[in-house]
Design a protein around this ligand. Structure first.
Ligand code: DGT
Ligand code: CA
Ligand code: CA
Ligand code: ZN
Length: 580
């Protein structure tokens, strides 16, 4: 994607957030308009910079006034409205909105009544009881807020960033560094490579014999906002997104050893170092070598280092000293999935529901391009007020889908829907109509705050429905924004195992749902999983790899992931699940 598209999308997102704060509502028309425009820019073909304001206003999702603001940025380098909003609402206030339970109205109230504009102020106000005195802040709310800021680690001193905000800039930086002359290898390491949900800082590693050239190129990247420190082989910066990036440059021959070292985790590294010591060697970021800087045993690739330590290469997502070394040694390690194992995608939206961007034809063509053998189309069912699809539209789509499948002949299509699990466990349409679909994902999209027994009952009811084949984003969490619903996981997972209804691993970086611990427990209980992109646009099919990484972090064996199966096996299994 063109750099300017990424930049413009980022500014539109900031405008949406600041407007939400300014207008006191996440549903304000202007907030929605900026959000729609952000999506439109991210999925736009070609460079925004090549389009006039009038052309931009013709793009679906971009209105005339926003088109003007985009052009203003492209022509002048700034947007006056954005500067005004930034002035009025400092970043620390925006951070406050990330605390679950605090919306734009209450953030404004905190400022107006108590002068609280940042996380530290909130922590103090919660402790001294002044927050509890505010209208609408009952004892319960205060307790929830206190728990939320502790749980999310959202204190001003120890800010961690959601993986969704860290991964795209890290990938852009690595891609840019790979283009620099003399760079032989480049990768991100650290917690990001281990695929943790939150990231302290991004560690980038480069193998090159010309560290000066690499450092210069790094500092010239558009994303670098300020430099914290820069030496010959180590440089730390803060990006324009507020992300800390540590760059290390090592000789290409040391790249494998350095990648092991900086991927961590510390606990995993300690175990490796012990195995080195046991063999009379030492292990550092340059090599596995004889003691006192003697002969190098291994250093060029990670595989070499692990092999010398008499271990198979261990997947980065597993490196937490959570039993992965023992499993590797006794041969009980799972066979982890890779993205090429996925032969189908089972949760995909077209432009038939209001929030999908691309047509059925385009989505199917893109799935074929990705080498998929099967695809389920699952537009939102009628009960989702904003985006739901009526029966008639569903029937028309089914007809179009069957014709497309026939005429193409190169992919198997399943006609499905994403149903809404009502607060009482009821589903959209009626049972007869539901029986007419090939594949049904049922998901929680509302009533997130109910007590655990109600949430468990509604989800178990959906699992037990004969036509439902998978549960979408099980906990409905939004990382950093909204905790998952309270569920009795044992009851839910046992019901899924018993009925065969699959639990989805939703690949959106904002969701990564089911969470890792839930996947692990589900696997122990015999649950079948699917890895789904929940794509709302062609470009989002690509995020399958994040769902795979989530499964790898959970140590899930690929044999229990239904969309790694051949279409024949998958289809037989669906029939079985639906027969009960
Ligand atoms: P983060 O940034 O807090 O999300 O977590 P990490 O794991 O990325 O930690 P970070 O950035 O401090 O360091 C990156 C990796 O470098 C870490 O996973 C292991 C390695 N590392 C850092 N400091 C040490 C150390 O003192 N000893 C050893 N053995 N390894 C270290
Ligand atoms: Ca790090
Ligand atoms: Ca670091
Ligand atoms: Zn969906």
């Amino acid at each position: 994607m063109a750099t300017s598209n990424v930049e413009v999308a980022r500014l539109l997102k900031e405008l949406a957030t600041l407007t939400e704060l300014d207008e006191g509502s996440p549903n304000a028309f202007r907030v929605r308009a900026y959000q729609n425009a952000e999506r439109a820019v991210l999925t736009l073909d070609g460079d925004v910079a090549d389009r006039s304001a009038a052309d931009l206003a013709k793009v679906k999702g971009i209105g005339k006034s926003i088109a003007g603001r985009i052009r203003e940025y492209l022509d002048t380098g700034s947007i006056q409205r954005l500067d005004e909003l930034r002035e009025k609402h400092p970043t620390s206030k925006v951070d406050l909105m990330k605390v679950p339970g605090l919306g734009p109205k209450s953030v404004q109230l905190l400022q107006d009544e108590l002068g609280i504009t940042d996380m530290e102020g909130l922590a103090v106000g919660l402790e001294d009881g002044s927050v509890a005195q505010l209208p609408g802040m009952g004892e319960k709310t205060v307790a929830n807020l206190t728990e939320a800021i502790t749980k999310l680690g959202l204190t001003s001193k120890d800010q961690r960033i959601d993986i969704a905000d860290a991964l795209p800039p890290a990938e852009r930086i690595v891609a840019a560094l790979e283009e620099v002359e003399g760079v032989e290898q480049a990768a991100y390491a650290g917690s990001l490579r281990r695929f943790r949900e939150t990231i302290g800082d991004v560690d980038v590693l480069v193998g090159s014999d010309d560290p000066t050239a690499v450092t210069d190129a790094f500092l010239e990247l558009g994303e670098v906002d300020r430099v914290i420190g820069s030496g010959e082989t180590k440089t730390s910066v803060i990006t324009t997104d507020g992300l800390q990036v540590d760059l290390r440059i090592v000789p290409p021959t040391s790249f494998g050893a350095a990648l092991v070292y900086f991927t961590g985790s510390k606990a995993h590294n300690i175990r490796l170092r012990q195995r080195a010591i046991d063999r009379g060697w030492m292990l550092n970021e340059y090599a596995l070598a004889a003691k006192d800087g003697g002969d190098v045993v291994a250093s060029k690739t990670e595989e070499d280092v692990y092999e010398a330590l008499e271990l198979p290469w261990i997947a980065p997502e597993q490196r937490e000293d959570g039993g992965e070394i023992e499993a590797a040694l006794d041969g009980s390690a799972p066979e982890l999935p890779v993205v090429e194992d996925l032969r189908g995608d089972l949760h995909d939206h077209t432009d038939l529901s209001g929030d999908g961007r691309d047509s059925l034809e385009d989505l199917v063509a893109a799935a074929v391009d990705r080498g998929l053998d099967y695809l389920a189309i699952t537009d939102h069912a009628e009960d989702l007020t904003i985006n739901g699809v009526s029966r008639e539209q569903m029937e028309e789509q089914r007809h179009a889908l069957r014709e497309l499948e026939q005429s193409r002949g190169d992919i198997r299509l399943f006609h499905g829907s994403e149903l809404n699990i009502g607060v009482d466990g009821s589903l959209d349409y009626d049972d007869d109509f539901l029986a007419g679909f090939d594949w049904l994902v049922a998901s929680v999209h509302s009533h997130f705050g109910r007590p655990v027994d109600e949430q468990t009952a509604r989800v178990v009811a959906a699992i037990r429905h004969p036509s439902v084949t998978a549960i979408g984003h099980l906990t409905a969490r939004m990382l950093g924004k909204r905790p998952g619903i309270d569920l009795d996981l044992e009851a839910v997972l046992d019901a899924a195992a018993e009925t065969g209804t699959a639990i989805e691993i939703n690949a959106s970086l904002r969701r990564l749902d089911a969470p890792v611990e839930v996947i692990r427990e589900g696997a122990r209980r015999g649950v079948t999983f699917v890895i789904s992109t929940d794509a709302h646009a062609v470009g989002e099919l690509e995020r399958a790899r994040f769902g795979v990484a989530q499964a790898r972090r959970a140590g899930l064996d690929r044999s229990v992931i239904a969309n790694t199966w051949s279409v024949e096996r998958f289809s037989d299994w669906v029939d079985e699940v639906r027969r009960g």
